[in-house]
Design a binder for this molecule. Structure first.
Ligand code: B12
Length: 219
């Protein structure tokens, strides 16, 4: 197989490579070691994210199947658990409320969870509704907590319609002029933002934090 040949040729292996080759023990050992050396947790997440892109490409090319997708997702999940404590405590006070979730029909949550962690670390109070979240659930949560900002995540092109329905449900509830809506996740882009009627699109976790700060006017 092509990727095995590439794997043999590649020395030393980077964290990205270890992840896309599904070397769970080696990934976790590397992360543990880097955290022990006070390595940058954001860099660790970014390298793993790049590894996930390769996993997705291999899935498209039929080198990987659903089992490998699940495994890669699980490895990333453990990495996030290891990295989160190193990112906590950077900020104590709350600077604003955000309702976050992966839209209905979509169960991808790795990116959403990274966004959640980073928003929390930046001082936001995040209400994470999880995955496969129905439009009405977003509406109910916004009303319950009085959040001025909503973050919608989606990883599948088929989720764009539910994203749009979520924005419409927020409008129907009379909340559209009270909340800013930002969208993101793998295939989401400016065109999708326009289609679903959101206020902003963020390509990565840095953009998610910057947009949140600008909407909540944090200097
Ligand atoms: C891991 C994975 C899975 C795991 C998910 C595990 C989990 N807990 O999330 C499992 C195995 C469960 C899975 C299932 C499926 N998957 Co999948 N999966 C992936 C994979 C390989 C990686 C996704 C990922 O985690 N990326 C890493 C994260 C960090 O990136 P990210 O989500 O984009 O997030 C970053 C930014 O986008 C941004 N961001 C994210 N959210 C938000 C929100 C806001 C507001 C902002 C501002 C920013 C932001 O910040 C993050 C950090 O920088 C992708 C391939 C790919 N290239 O994306 C396929 C992929 C998304 N899956 C795909 C498919 C088809 C499926 C299945 C339908 C497969 C099946 N036949 O059952 C099911 C879907 C079931 C469902 N109803 O949702 C397709 C989607 C194709 C399409 N056109 O829509 C992809 C693209 C694979 C492919 N190339 O075909 N999958």
């Amino acid at each position: 197989m092509a990727y095995q040949a590439r794997r043999e040729a590649a020395l030393p292996e980077t964290l990205s490579q270890l992840l896309y080759d599904l070397e769970e023990d080696k990934v976790l050992a590397e992360v543990k070691e880097r955290l022990a050396r006070n390595g940058d947790p954001i860099a660790i997440i970014e390298e793993c994210r790049k590894g996930m892109e390769v996993v997705g490409k291999r899935f498209e090319d039929k080198e990987y199947f659903i089992t490998e997708l699940i495994m890669a997702g699980e490895i990333f999940g453990v990495v996030m658990e290891m990295v989160e404590p190193a990112m906590k405590g950077s900020r104590a006070s709350t600077i604003g409320k955000i309702v976050l979730g992966t839209v209905q029909g979509d169960i991808h949550d790795i990116g959403k969870n990274i966004v959640r962690t980073m928003l929390k670390c930046s001082g936001f109070e995040v209400y994470d509704l999880g995955v496969d979240v129905a439009p009405q659930k977003f509406v109910e949560k916004i009303m319950e907590v009085g959040s001025p900002l909503v973050a919608l995540s989606a990883l599948m092109t088929t989720s764009f319609n539910t994203m749009k329905e979520t924005v419409e449900a927020i409008a129907k509830a009379g909340l559209r002029d009270k909340v800013k809506i930002m969208v993101g996740g793998g295939p989401v882009n400016e065109k999708v933002r326009d289609y679903v009627g959101a206020d902003a699109f963020g390509k990565d976790v840095t953009a998610a934090v910057e947009l949140s700060k600008s909407f909540i006017e944090v200097k």
